[in-house]
Design a protein around this ligand. Structure first.
Ligand code: HEM
Length: 408
């Protein structure tokens, strides 16, 4: 049934400048009835305090079983049997199972272990940037930000050389399902089949390997009955596929923000000790995980002045919360000296991104290298010509063409 109160806000102009639209939402209130591109009706939370309270609400659930019939029909479109086999990872679990599964990966992504990869990540970044220096121009997404996260992830989760070579970048599109009547559906199903066989082969061929490797640890958790087979394949799917795109997009968003603010870019180049604050601010200013994934209330709940039926979709607009003037003064300004900059770029509460230290380290090393090796970097097109990815949760660019002087 058509819901005439619901706002449909996704459009090409929305992607050009979502912050203007978010501002209008925030002025109207903390929660809004919306129609998502899938046709699903649900709720969008935009205020910072409301976002925090929602993400830790005791009635909030992630399990797809809690979603109502409209959501299951229109939005949960990964087909069976892959839906069952690949959709049991952390973002679809609730405590206590979520806590048990999450504990299996936390050590591998801890700050101290991540720091041990600094030299390796630096080498990967330099190997990708060096061939770009001479030409004086490149597409920073295709030539750098796209390949880099997979190479890093392979090291951190312990993907063997053989499996690295077999990985097809197009498998990352598995997280963007095409509906059953979409002309590209057959191609999408084929991609899922290939990805599933790849993951099954990783499990068979990595079993009993070096126990330092996260992949081997997860397989032995399965062998010790701490994970079901479907939970294992889902977790590997999530680590391999979902951990790449936000890093790629965040590099693009951060470099674009710096190109739009040449004084801050120059200041950061001169005083790289401010990198930590700069990174926090770049993540707040234009985060790549613009919205959380789906959530549902497990029972009818009075929330932020609305009565929300059980199973209706709730999404938190992280980038709107990060630009809430009640929390951040002059929120649309890029300010590396902002105090108490507690943004929600990596989410909040139970599902807070476990790989934040890794993502920040990748960003830090990448930004330092780009500013150092690609001097006088500038946007090679009009900013209005930039093509933003048209996806529900994502904030990122298809391409970021830049020029720079080639001598060092
Ligand atoms: C700049 C890069 C990144 C950003 C901005 C980011 C952001 C986020 C956010 C906002 C969430 C929570 C989503 C929600 O609550 O619905 C999340 C969860 C997650 N992220 Fe990241 N992420 C990044 C990089 C990575 C990387 C490199 C990995 C490594 C594989 C990763 C693995 C995960 C996992 C496994 C979860 C699910 C955690 C759970 O449900 O308990 N992320 N991320």
């Amino acid at each position: 049934m058509e819901d005439t109160q619901a706002i449909s806000y996704y459009s090409p102009t929305f992607y050009q400048n979502p912050y203007e639209r978010f501002q209008q939402f925030i002025e109207k209130g903390e929660i809004h009835r919306v129609k998502f591109p899938s046709g699903v009706y649900g709720w969008l939370v935009t205020g910072y305090d409301a976002a925090i309270k929602t993400l830790k609400h005791p009635n909030i659930r992630k399990s797809h079983k809690v979603g109502n019939a409209q959501w299951s029909k229109l939005a949960s479109v990964m087909p069976e049997p892959q839906h069952t086999r690949l959709q049991q990872h952390l973002l679809h679990q609730d405590p206590p199972r979520h806590t048990e599964m999450r504990s299996l990966i936390m050590e591998a992504f801890s700050s101290s272990r991540t720091e041990q990869f600094r030299d390796k990540i630096t080498t990967i970044v330099h190997q990708l940037i060096e061939p770009l220096i001479e030409s004086g121009e490149c597409d920073l997404i295709a030539d750098f930000a796209l390949p880099m996260p997979f190479l890093v992830l392979s090291e951190v989760i312990g993907l063997s050389e053989k499996h690295r070579k077999q990985f097809k970048p197009e498998w990352c599109k598995a997280v963007q399902p095409l509906s059953p009547n979409h002309p590209g559906r057959a191609g999408y199903l084929n991609l899922l089949d290939e990805l599933e066989s790849y993951i099954e082969n990783i499990i068979i061929e990595s079993r009993g390997g070096d126990s330092d490797r996260l992949i081997v640890q997860l397989i032995s958790a399965r062998d010790n009955n701490k994970l079901s087979h479907d939970e294992l394949t889902s977790m590997l799917f999530q680590l391999l596929v979902a951990g790449q795109e936000p890093v790629t997009n965040q590099i693009g968003n951060a470099i674009l923000a710096l190109l739009e603010h040449p004084e801050q870019l120059e200041a950061l180049k001169q005083d790289a000790t401010n990198m930590d604050n700069a990174l926090t601010e770049l993540l707040r200013y234009d985060g790549s995980f613009a919205f959380t994934t789906w959530r549902f209330f497990n029972q009818e709940t009075e929330w932020l002045g609305q009565t929300i039926p059980a199973g209706e979709t709730i999404i938190v607009a992280l980038n709107a919360a990060n630009h809430d003037p009640a929390k951040f003064s002059c929120p649309h300004q890029l300010n590396f000296n902002r105090k108490r900059n507690k943004s929600l770029s990596f989410g909040y509460a139970n599902h807070f991104c476990p790989a934040m230290p890794l993502a920040r380290l990748e960003l830090e090393i990448s930004i330092r290298a780009i500013l150092h090796y690609l001097p006088n970097i500038q946007l090679a097109c009009d900013i209005k010509e930039l093509d933003w990815i048209n996806a529900v949760l994502t904030r990122g660019l298809h391409a970021l063409p830049v020029t720079y002087t080639s001598e060092l």
